[in-house]
Design a protein around this ligand. Sequence first.
Ligand SMILES: NC(=O)c1ccc[n+]([C@@H]2O[C@H](COP(=O)([O-])OP(=O)(O)OC[C@H]3O[C@@H](n4cnc5c(N)ncnc54)[C@H](O)[C@@H]3O)[C@@H](O)[C@H]2O)c1
Length: 368
Amino acid sequence: MYKLAFIGGSIDSIAGYPHLIASQMDKNFEVIAGTFSTNPSVNEETAKKWKINRYYDDYKTLIEFEKNNIDAVVILTPTPLHSEMIIDLLHANIPIICEKPLVSSLQDVEKIEKVYDASKHFLVVTNNYSGYPMLRELRHKISTGELGEILNIRLKMPQESFLRPPKSVKYPQKWRLKDEFIPMISLDLGSHLHHLAYFLLHEEPASVMAHYSKFSKYDVVDDVNMLLKYESGISGNLWLSKTALGNRNGLHVEVYGRNASASWHQETPEQLEFAYNTGQKTIIDRGSDIDMPSNTLYNRMTPGHPAGFIESFANIYNDIAIALDKFHMDKPYLNKYIYGLTHAHLGLKLLHTATKANKSGTFIKIKK
Ligand SMILES: NC(=O)c1ccc[n+]([C@@H]2O[C@H](COP(=O)([O-])OP(=O)(O)OC[C@H]3O[C@@H](n4cnc5c(N)ncnc54)[C@H](O)[C@@H]3O)[C@@H](O)[C@H]2O)c1
């Protein structure tokens, strides 16, 4: 198992916990160290909560003490801080897994390119959305020509977060309210759409036209429209917004080909819709006869158990852990989410009586 250290990603952050779970889910990685927050008490609290014994005050100390113990570092800090950390990690020859976007500016990328040596360094970016099986299937279908010549791609990621911030996190963080040459919204959301367009088309746009707006009280760009032209003739359209009420994270991908079009919404990630030039429309999911090479990861649970099934299971395990804590303190351990013997007994009474009723052909009272 590869051993990881986190820089950033505390329990107070947005990105940290998903990385903690996702990296460890299939037992390829184990998070063994970190410097999770610049706030010492949050740093310590995170390490305790996640049962990670080795935590440090700053990332330079982490590199010094852990460089021979870890296989990679995951960078989960605010985007403007990535560049300096990446360069230090490259100098220390430590493999890097970095949250998107890699850095904030062209200048920062150029600085990294001066240090990065492909023959000895490992540097990858977690562009998470292309992990969805149905987007991978769409890429496969585009590459095999099922949609015909591609005419148009439209990607949008409208959010409402600057008019109606999510209640579950402190948002927007200070660092998100400062625009440099590339506005933060483009770094935050545009990086995802750029990635997905390339992931699907294997082609970079050749030219772009853009219109930026500031609609919220924060005096930063919060709505971006881009028109793209591709050398192959494809026309593209990207919309990113943090002021689009009604959209929590409205990631939507549409690809229009001469023979068929496809549409995918992140909020219904199991479904990929096609409309053909015959007029026929179809929806496929993981349970359909899909073309993509099979991969057990796309079926951690069988089709019909959509994304979220495993998280729901994890909630049950959390409740069981709370119940076990109470059990060890000699307290009543069953709670409103956790059921035990009595509940199971009542279920069996129902099922047992149903068999009797089936035989008798009559209603039978279920014994209390
Ligand atoms: N892929 C996605 O869907 C997704 C979602 C959210 C954020 N992100 C990316 O993740 C990164 C972090 O975003 P976030 O929303 O979690 O930010 P955040 O502000 O919520 O959290 C950042 C964390 O880094 C810590 N930190 C800051 N400086 C540090 C330092 N020098 N050393 C150690 N820790 C430090 C902060 O204390 C905080 O815990 C950004 O690059 C962002 O673009 C990606």
